[in-house]
Design a binder for this molecule. Structure first.
Ligand code: HEC
Length: 217
């Protein structure tokens, strides 16, 4: 082929250019993002997850919660996320810099969870009840039960677990038994309670175009 070399060089050039455009330019924009230091009290945000919450992130990953839940709040005007109280502001790239795997998700069979820890009414008890017996919290819901994260065991007289769930109705343990979260359940709940992006990064403020009128008015 006469123009074989040219064709090869052209194709290679195209690949390199598009790789540069997609990978390199994104890396230049976002790769250097670091924690933001609050100018007043000099605290760094976002705070990294530690201890049980950090381990709970792996439980969330293992159990595939991302297949039904997103973790990204869309900006006002691009969906009703803020109106649904899934967050007080849009998510920005800096929110995720501490996450080794980012669970953005793309399917919303359930609510967005990026700020579930900040919602009024979210407590360790309410999360345990939902994970153990979703139907007892929200009848008819598609949220599956994660009962295997709990142990149903006979109460040792005088030594009932302080961690036992307070369940009522059909989900309650039979008389003489208690439902106790396993360490994985505790880690997952610690993670969920820590999901809150409430700090107002400068870049999270909605962009408002300033229109300059002629004549200085
Ligand atoms: C098959 C889809 C599905 C999967 C998988 C799933 N969920 Fe859900 N989840 C839902 C639905 C639907 C709801 C809404 C419940 C309702 O009807 O109120 C929900 C609700 C929730 C809520 C309450 C949110 C709020 O706004 O109060 C939490 C927390 C939650 N899920 C956590 C999890 C976790 C953690 C996992 C993984 C262990 C998980 N979900 C897996 C479907 C799912």
């Amino acid at each position: 082929m006469k123009n074989g070399l040219l064709l090869f060089a052209g194709t290679l050039g195209l690949i390199v250019l598009s790789w540069g455009g997609v990978v390199l330019s994104a890396h230049r924009q976002l790769g250097g993002l670091t924690q933001y230091k609050d100018p007043v009290d000099e605290t760094l945000f976002p705070a990294p997850l530690t201890g049980a919450a950090n381990q709970g992130r792996l439980v969330y990953q293992d159990l595939g919660c991302v297949s039904c839940h997103t973790q990204q709040v869309r900006r006002e005007g691009f969906g009703a996320d803020v109106a649904r109280q899934w967050g007080t502001r849009q998510s920005v790239a800096r929110d995720y810099i501490g996450d080794r795997t980012v669970f953005l998700g793309s399917i919303r069979l359930g609510p967005d969870l990026r700020n579930v820890g900040a919602r009024a009414g979210t407590t360790a008890d309410s999360l345990y009840a939902l994970l153990y017996a979703p139907q007892s919290v929200s009848a008819g819901t598609n949220m599956p039960s994660y009962g295997f994260l709990f142990e149903v065991r006979p109460i040792i007289p005088g030594q009932a677990s302080p961690k036992a769930l307070h369940l009522t109705g059909p989900a309650a343990a039979p008389a003489g038994y208690e439902v106790v979260p396993t360490p994985r359940a505790e880690q997952l709940v610690a993670y969920l309670l820590n999901l809150k992006d409430s700090y107002e990064f400068p870049e999270a403020k909605p962009f408002v175009a300033t229109v300059q009128k002629e004549g200085g008015h």
